[in-house]
Design a protein around this ligand. Structure first.
Ligand code: FMN
Length: 198
């Protein structure tokens, strides 16, 4: 790994300014950068430090464009039983819609069964990865819609993923085409705040 690739942005900057990026430039993501993101991902806390994550990295726009078509076909074929397809079914039937947003790289975080809180652990790893990517000038977008397809036994076999791994968090990445407008956030919804004098 080349430590000089690390671009140091402040943590607050990363937390407040990371955005879901859905348009990417032609600049190719470097494998060293992805390696650094995986190292950042595995710094996440995990229950009993079980570190129940595993990764698949796929780079290449042609391959990802093919995956996009296959994910859409799967979603349409499972309609209406697939919850995810309902709100965006028009897009999935559009042959020009790229569910992976034209990114050059897809990282899938899989959990390993039989651990204590594998899903939570993997989501924490995903956030680390996305914040670290922001620090490198890379854009990321979680692709929840691709998760069921990536969890199919035949797709796991195709990707060389062990049968017992469970797809938790797919995320595409690449260099952003341009700035992304901030998305709104609601104020924290605190049902109760008990603050007794110690
Ligand atoms: C679990 C999860 C799944 C998501 N799935 C998708 C997806 O399939 N496609 C997509 O374009 N964005 C997806 N997103 C991105 C969200 O739409 C985005 O994070 C949200 O609108 C807030 O915008 P921001 O990330 O720019 O702050 C997903 C986000 C999360 C956390």
């Amino acid at each position: 790994m080349n430590p000089s690739l690390v671009t140091d942005v402040g943590l607050t900057d990363a937390i407040f300014h990371r955005r879901a990026v859905r348009e990417f430039s032609a600049r190719e993501t470097e494998p060293d950068s992805v390696e650094q993101l995986l190292v950042a991902a595995v710094q996440a806390p995990s229950a009993l430090n079980q570190q129940p994550w595993g990764f698949v990295v796929i780079h290449g726009r042609t391959r990802l464009a093919d995956y996009s078509q296959r994910v859409k076909a799967f979603l349409v074929a499972t309609y209406p039983t697939s919850f995810e397809v309902h709100s965006r079914s028009d897009l999935y039937e559009d042959p020009h819609y790229d569910i992976l947003h034209g990114a050059d790289t897809l990282v899938v975080i899989y959990s390993k069964r039989g651990r204590l809180h594998p899903t939570e652990d993997c989501c924490l790893a995903a956030e680390n990865l996305m914040l670290a990517a922001y620090g490198q000038g890379l854009g990321t977008c979680p692709i929840g819609f691709a998760r069921p397809w990536l969890d199919l036994p035949e797709i796991k076999r195709e990707l060389g993923v062990p049968d017992h791994w469970v797809a938790v968090f797919p995320v595409v990445l690449g260099y952003p085409a341009g700035p992304v407008a901030p998305t709104p956030r609601e104020e924290p919804d605190v049902a109760n705040w008990v603050w007794e004098t110690s």
